[in-house]
Design a protein around this ligand. Structure first.
Ligand SMILES: [Zn+2]
Length: 238
């Protein structure tokens, strides 16, 4: 190989290495630690089962974490910046939360059929993100829980209609509740299905949407319903 060929070869190889590094390297979605989807330190932040009261006394929901710091960063990278590699990690964390919360309720998780219901996204959000991001979470959760011997199905029966803009743009539980009220629709009659319904959302802030989801499912015939989320904002007293 001549000198010119050799230097061309070296340049080409360096270029290939650079491209490979750009394509393959990634940092933790929460803290940018190298070569991790979610690093162990950040994953620990999601291994809780926090309880949050929902407005209107419709019940409680439970979160893997409080919505702040690296947790917030990881969820926003996943939700709004297309980091779909987090799907599996988040689904496994939510599956663990599911077994913890259901067992805590004394429901006997292994003897009870569960129906996971992805929290609805508005049509504009789905268009912006290119997908209904809670749906792949519930499907991966169901797969993991069924592999563990539970009886878990997924019913994407909640639709959000006539709501525009991002949820964080509405301030205050009362105004958000008014804005959402009447827009969560259940697409199926659930009477006769005695499974425990588990609504799965990514972030619960005021709890207005989650509360509407639980109420709508009850109105459609669901007996027992609970809400789960990757992260909640703490109640004021927390
Ligand atoms: Zn991290």
């Amino acid at each position: 190989m001549g000198t010119a060929d050799s230097s061309l070869f070296d340049a080409l190889r360096a270029w290939c290495v650079a491209i490979r590094d750009v394509l393959l390297s990634r940092g933790c979605a929460g803290c940018d630690a190298p070569d991790e989807v979610i690093c162990p330190a950040c994953e620990t932040l999601f291994r809780h089962a926090y309880s949050k009261a929902l407005p209107g006394e419709v019940g409680r929901c439970y979160g893997c974490s409080w919505y702040r710091g690296a947790v917030r960063h990881a969820i926003l990278n996943w939700k709004d910046h297309g980091d779909e590699e987090c799907d599996r990690a988040f689904a496994l964390l939510l599956a663990d939360l599911t077994t913890t919360v259901v067992a805590r309720q004394g429901a006997g998780v292994r003897s009870r059929a569960l129906t996971l219901v992805p929290a609805p996204s508005s049509p504009s959000s789905m268009h912006r993100r290119g997908r209904w991001q809670t749906l792949p979470l519930t499907r991966l959760m169901a797969r993991s829980l069924n592999e563990d011997g539970l009886s878990v199905g997924v019913k994407p029966v909640l639709k959000l209609e006539g709501v525009h803009g991002k949820s964080v743009q509405a301030s205050g539980a009362a105004s958000r509740s008014r804005r959402i009220d009447g827009h969560v629709r259940v697409t199926e009659n659930l009477g006769g299905d005695d499974s425990l319904f588990v609504v799965v959302d990514d972030i619960v802030t005021t709890g207005a949407t989650m509360g509407q989801c639980l109420s709508a499912l009850r109105s459609a015939g669901a007996g027992e319903v609970i809400g789960l989320a990757l992260a909640c904002t703490p109640n004021r007293s927390a």
